[in-house]
Design a binder for this molecule. Structure first.
Ligand SMILES: C[S@@+](CC[C@H](N)C(=O)[O-])C[C@H]1O[C@@H](n2cnc3c(N)ncnc32)[C@H](O)[C@@H]1O
Length: 244
């Protein structure tokens, strides 16, 4: 499954960067002990969080599975690249691709919830724990089973802007699945609109099991509902910790 192709990647960049903006201050606080180290970002998208990491002077390897998201990130982060302080942008697909060693692993926008099942999510978390150097910081968000309960019966949502529009329909075919059907509209360059569609199948997990899983791989972690002062949307959990 290739999520976030050209049109949805563009719409995400234009209209959905606020989550990275909101999470950034709390994540930057967590990164204080490793500020001279390397931050590995998983699922960076178009760089909504990455730009805050770079603005704080951190060294960042920013990764994503979607080439269209990475292209947008390359352009958004160009001002830092021009100063020799850019991110090392790489295509990396979880959970199979190897993770480079890092002093922090960060990820926002429930990236791990895009993996096909709970086993793949566990594999990605174990890989993240394995990539962390001693003392390294973990800070990610991920969807809990609660998310499906809280959003059961959610009505379709539409957003229309001058140069893009999106209609999202929601369904929960199982207690551990939350599906977004997104129909997108962007200008087709010939005076009309191009219509596209992506179906995002998110996997919901019991996040209370994650501290034990991570502890078995050397990371003391806790599950919360915020990064710093920024509360996450209901059902989205923060998982933060340090490698022994
Ligand atoms: C909701 S977006 C969040 C993007 C960005 N972090 C933000 O907050 O704006 C989820 C991101 O996860 C990426 N993604 C989905 N499946 C992935 C996978 N298997 N490996 C790596 N990235 C993945 C998508 O391409 C997308 O950029």
């Amino acid at each position: 499954m290739h999520y976030y192709q050209r049109d949805l990647a563009l719409i995400h960049d234009r209209g959905y960067g606020f989550h990275g903006d909101q999470c950034a201050p709390g994540i930057l606080e967590l990164l204080a002990p490793v500020r001279d180290g390397l931050v590995l970002e998983l699922g960076c998208g178009s760089g909504a969080l990455t730009r805050h990491l770079l603005a704080a002077g951190l060294r960042v390897t920013a990764t994503d599975a979607s080439p269209d998201m990475l292209a947008l990130a390359r352009s958004a982060l160009a001002p830092w690249s021009a100063r020799g302080a850019g991110a090392d942008l790489r295509q990396l697909t979880l959970p199979g691709d190897p993770l480079p060693p890092a002093d922090a692993v960060v990820s926002v926008g429930h990236v791990l919830s895009y993996l096909p099942d709970g086993a793949a999510i566990e594999a990605a978390l174990i890989a993240a724990a394995g990539a962390l150097r001693p003392g390294g910081v973990l800070a990610i968000d991920i969807l809990d089973l609660d998310y499906g309960v809280i959003r059961a019966g959610e009505r379709p949502f539409a957003k229309v802007e001058a140069d893009w529009a999106i209609i999202t329909e929601f369904s929960a075919p199982a207690p551990d699945r939350f599906v977004r059907d997104a129909t997108t509209f962007v200008p087709d360059g010939a005076g009309g609109w191009r219509r596209g569609h992506e179906r995002h199948e998110n996997v919901l997990i019991d996040t209370s099991a994650l501290p034990a899983l991570l502890a078995a791989h050397g990371v003391r972690a806790e599950v919360g509902t915020a990064f710093g002062a920024a509360d996450l949307p209901p059902g989205l959990r923060s998982v933060t910790g340090r490698k022994n």
